[in-house]
Design a protein around this ligand. Structure first.
Ligand code: HEC
Length: 172
């Protein structure tokens, strides 16, 4: 009887210890994520423009999904068209990142967006748009049933370009 009590007590202690470790790990993860957030530069963009930018971003994400769906069907031409018109240098969203945007030459909206983004951030945006056009060029060369690998390698670089900006900036 006494031995069983001892065994239960030991098991109880072990469980309490495990819970404490789990809690520590949880705190540690929370702290890490807070530190990561603080390492990014906050860009102060007025509310309505912020909403528009985030909506643009979700559009970018959807474009990547649609490109992958097209590539899954072996349709390089469709993938190229999506990339060029929705992410590439020919996409409306690229205007605010172009060097001429601040002069207003490309329209009022790109001018306003450009005025709220640091130049370094716009340069990262340009990298992404240029890389998307590079992908489009490669994807357009893919014949039905052909090798997708060169196009996929360029697409990987597009997503890397998204990540480079996400690692550096936040809106709040
Ligand atoms: C020039 C900088 C930049 C580039 C390039 C960029 N993003 Fe973003 N993106 C941001 C910022 C800043 C946020 C806000 C992040 C935050 O505040 O935590 C964001 C947020 C997002 C969000 C979240 C939207 C929401 O509703 O909260 C998605 C999804 C996203 N980006 C997708 C992409 C994809 C996909 C690409 C590449 C094709 C991309 N982004 C390229 C800057 C960029």
């Amino acid at each position: 009887m006494q031995r069983m009590f001892l065994a239960l007590a030991v098991a109880g202690l072990a469980l309490t210890g495990a819970a404490a470790i789990a809690e520590d790990q949880h705190d540690h993860m929370q702290m890490m994520s807070r530190m990561q957030k603080d390492a990014r530069i906050e860009v102060d963009i007025p509310g309505p423009m912020k909403a528009m930018m985030l909506s643009n971003m979700r559009g970018h994400q959807q474009a990547i999904a649609d490109i992958l769906t097209a590539l899954g069907k072996g349709d390089g031409e469709a993938a190229a068209k999506i990339a060029e018109t929705r992410l590439g240098m020919g996409s409306p969203g690229s205007a605010a990142c172009k060097p001429d945007a601040k002069s207003g030459e490309l329209g009022d909206m790109p001018k306003m967006m450009a005025s709220h983004m640091p130049d370094e951030m716009r340069a990262l945006g340009m990298n992404m748009h240029a890389q998307a056009s590079k992908f489009a060029e490669e994807a357009a060369k893919v014949k039905q049933g052909g090798d997708l690998r060169p196009a996929l390698a360029e697409l990987g670089q597009v997503v890397q370009a998204c990540n480079a900006c996400h690692a550096a900036y936040r809106l709040d």
